[in-house]
Ligand binder design. Structure first.
Ligand SMILES: Nc1nc2c(ncn2[C@@H]2O[C@H](COP(=O)(O)OP(=O)(O)O)[C@@H](O)[C@H]2O)c(=O)[nH]1
Ligand SMILES: [Mg+2]
Length: 391
């Protein structure tokens, strides 16, 4: 199997994609979809495969520029002849083209792409994009062309990735296109009165029964496609290490829309962190520990998808308060882990002693940590992500 290099997607597909399959990213208009194709190509080529990009949406230079913005060096791939362009754009703009293949007339496109597929056995070809191709070729021809390309790709064990924006096409046509693909991943907006994000979900795959999960994502520059975890809570008694924890897991390099944070009063000292870890982006919210803030705990914890419960392992007297905070943040109902902090201190209780004293069920992980020395941070993130998304 081959990896897709899209976080979480391989898991939904039973481990990855088979050799020679076609995969279509089918986007609702307005959803970032090109990055999915570019990220797959970048990952494959970095791991030694060859590839091509067919573009009819922008000139090769523009696409090179976009790769750069994600932090991927397409230019070096092209210089070393690992990747080439099939340029279906420049000649229509009256611009010169230095690409290996240039489309002058759409009557040539079928044969040229067949040649390109032949050039990169076991490699990866990106068709960016299918919507523009339909506009040029018309419905019936496009279906036949796709079938021939996919057949050739199968023979060559080449992966073909189609980028498709689902404009207002005939539903019969869309149905036929989807049926001619081995795998379809839908990209949609997620709306709750207002648009809150973008999500991907595998609609079908010929080699496996895909997991039907909608995965929230963001496309960030640099970085590409990242799975987005909108709200993780960090709660626990006063002095347990919440502020230190939020600081320790935070990576500053990523900016996601922060408008939502305007809703919180600034007079309350809150710890807000942004994590960029293993293809996941998460917003992390610390709650105040003091009882005088308990009234706002349920507001702060609204819509949290997971929680870190911090405890000071040397302060068993605060464990009852920790359990009270789990209740008050309604963290009973969401995946959570206990971070057994301050393990560096001589009188720290072990995770198992803490489990017994707090009467915690076996399925709640307890991770030993020394937050001030950044120990146990990644283990805590791994444990919570595993509860949220599986392995
Ligand atoms: N020895 C030790 N001290 C820690 C550790 N984590 C936090 N602290 C200290 O505990 C105190 C409270 O930490 P803070 O993050 O402010 O806790 P909060 O009240 O839960 O936000 C601070 O003095 C931290 O330096 C740890 O792992 N070991
Ligand atoms: Mg604090």
């Amino acid at each position: 199997m081959k990896k897709t290099y899209i976080p979480k997607l391989d898991d939904l597909l039973g481990g990855g994609i088979l050799e020679g399959v076609s995969i279509m990213f089918c986007a609702y208009p307005g959803v970032d979809c090109e990055a999915f194709g570019y990220q797959m190509l970048n990952g494959r080529v970095e791991d030694g495969d060859r590839g091509f990009i067919f573009t009819n949406v922008a000139e090769p230079e523009t696409i090179q520029y976009e790769f750069n913005s994600y932090g991927w060096n397409l230019e070096s791939f092209i210089d070393s002849e690992k990747v080439f362009f099939v340029d279906g754009s420049s000649s229509f703009l009256g611009a010169p083209s230095e690409s290996k293949y240039t489309i002058q007339d759409y009557a040539e496109v079928e044969d040229v792409i067949l040649d390109a597929i032949n050039d990169i056995p076991k490699g990866i070809g990106i068709i960016n994009n299918l919507s523009v191709l339909i506009d040029y070729m018309g419905n019936g021809d496009t279906i036949d062309i796709i079938k021939n390309w996919n057949q050739k790709a199968k023979e060559n064990e080449t992966t073909l990735v189609y980028i498709f924006t689902e404009w207002d096409y005939d539903t019969g046509l869309i149905q036929k296109i989807k049926e001619s693909m081995d795998c379809v991943v839908d990209l949609t907006t997620i709306e709750e009165r207002v648009i809150i994000g973008q999500g991907f979900m595998v609609a079908r795959a010929s080699w496996t029964e895909p997991v039907e999960t909608m995965v929230l994502f963001f496309v960030v520059q640099p970085g590409g496609v990242k799975v987005y975890v909108p709200k993780i809570l960090v709660t626990g008694p006063y002095n347990s290490g919440k502020s230190s924890f939020v600081k320790a897991i935070t990576t500053e390099s990523v900016s996601v829309d922060r408008k939502a944070l305007g809703a919180f009063p600034t007079t309350i000292a809150m710890d807000i962190g942004h994590v960029d870890y293993k293809g996941f982006l998460a917003d992390v919210f610390g709650t105040p520990g003091q009882e005088r803030f308990d009234l706002i705990l349920n507001v702060l914890s609204k819509e949290a998808v997971g929680a870190f419960i911090m405890v000071d392992s040397t302060a068993p007297k605060t464990f009852a308060r920790a359990k009270e905070m789990i209740r008050k943040t309604r963290a009973e109902a969401i995946p959570k882990i206990i971070v057994a902090n301050k393990q560096d201190l001589p009188d720290a209780l072990s995770p198992e002693e803490i489990r017994e004293k707090m009467k915690l069920k076996k399925d709640i992980p307890i991770i030993p940590a020394v937050v001030t020395e950044k120990k146990g941070i990644e283990e805590s993130l791994d444990a919570l992500l595993k509860l949220l998304y599986g392995d």
